[in-house]
Ligand binder design. Structure first.
Ligand code: C2E
Ligand code: MG
Ligand code: MG
Ligand code: MG
Length: 281
């Protein structure tokens, strides 16, 4: 009896792991068919320029509508796609789709804007990524200065020398590089100043806790100071309230994104926001 009891936690742990593994495998193999079955789509969240209150661009965010489970969050399926290698194919689809969308909007805008695409490090470091990006730009006719790639900070330091080299190549063809979820990754400062990048995206968690304590306020101020000394533009993500917006403005943040302005939108709805003035003077 005593023996059984001591084994119990171990057994439960195993079952949970099995169930989770089964789900991952199941989702992983279904994800394989998601492209041909047309279950993937992109939503677009406006990024607002605080200097003029206008739309500076959009971030493309991937959606998967599973035939039985309904919408599956990218936070669930992107890691699966990264581990089974599907991210390379899916990522290329995202890139092409986003660039096609941007070329359509380019006409409607009549002024420059950015399309931001999230790129996983597994995708970035796969053979031929820079060539694939060049090809998509050629194929769609989108000028490279309209495209921004977002790479998550926590993944940058896995193989920093290789990443630095790749990001240089991407910048050489005219792309903008953004570091996503900044502040959650433990970047070494010595690598950070060598990392070819243009924009730093302050992680949502810092915006969320901005008013919790003086320490939290100091934290976001020091991220902005770091960005300014590295001569980077700053985007704050996850802006949900007017006070957050006002404070970020005072602190010298350049761009904002978040539910306070808009959720990620269907392309038709995104298009309708193109000429909106987001900030009342
Ligand atoms: P991310 O790139 O940091 O994107 C921001 C996430 O925050 C998005 O979640 C967005 O919907 C959400 N968000 C935006 N504003 C607010 C706000 O005011 N409040 C709150 N609570 N959330 C907000 P989503 O779309 O679920 O994406 C989650 C993550 O999945 C992304 O984080 C990104 O890392 C990844 N992801 C999404 N699409 C792609 C893709 O095409 N490729 C790759 N590699 N990763 C992707
Ligand atoms: Mg992003
Ligand atoms: Mg982010
Ligand atoms: Mg994220």
């Amino acid at each position: 009896y005593a023996k059984n009891q001591s084994e119990l936690p171990y057994a439960i742990f195993n079952e949970e792991m099995l169930a989770e593994n089964r789900l991952r495998l199941e989702l992983g193999s279904e994800l394989r068919h998601s492209l041909e079955r047309d279950e993937l789509s992109l939503m677009y969240q406006p990024m607002v320029n605080l200097a003029n209150g206008q739309t500076a661009g959009f971030e493309a965010l991937l959606r998967w509508e599973h035939p039985e489970h309904g919408p599956v969050s990218p936070s669930t399926f992107i890691p699966i796609a990264e581990s089974n290698g599907l991210i390379v194919e899916i990522g290329l689809w995202v890139l092409r789709k986003a660039c096609q969308q941007a070329i359509q909007w380019k006409e409607d805008f009549g002024r420059p804007f950015m399309i931001s695409v999230n790129v996983s490090v597994r995708q970035l470091s796969a053979t031929g990524f820079v060539e694939a990006v060049t090809e998509v730009l050629d194929e769609t006719g989108l000028p490279s200065q309209f495209l921004k790639l977002e790479v998550t900070e926590s993944l940058l330091m896995q193989d920093p020398e290789h990443t630095i080299d790749l990001l240089h190549q991407l910048r050489d063809i005219g792309l903008t590089i953004g570091i996503d979820d900044f502040g959650t990754g433990y970047s070494s400062l010595s690598y950070l100043h060598r990392m070819p990048m243009d924009i730093l995206k302050v992680d949502r968690s810092f915006v969320e806790s901005m008013f919790d304590s003086d320490k939290n306020a100091a934290l976001i101020r020091s991220i902005l100071a770091l960005a300014s000394s590295l001569e980077l533009n700053v985007v704050a993500e996850g802006v949900e309230t007017e006070p957050q917006l006002q404070r970020l403005r005072e602190l010298g943040c350049h761009f904002v994104q978040g539910f306070h302005f808009s959720e990620p939108l269907h392309p038709d709805d995104a298009k309708a926001t193109i000429h909106r003035e987001w900030i009342a003077e």
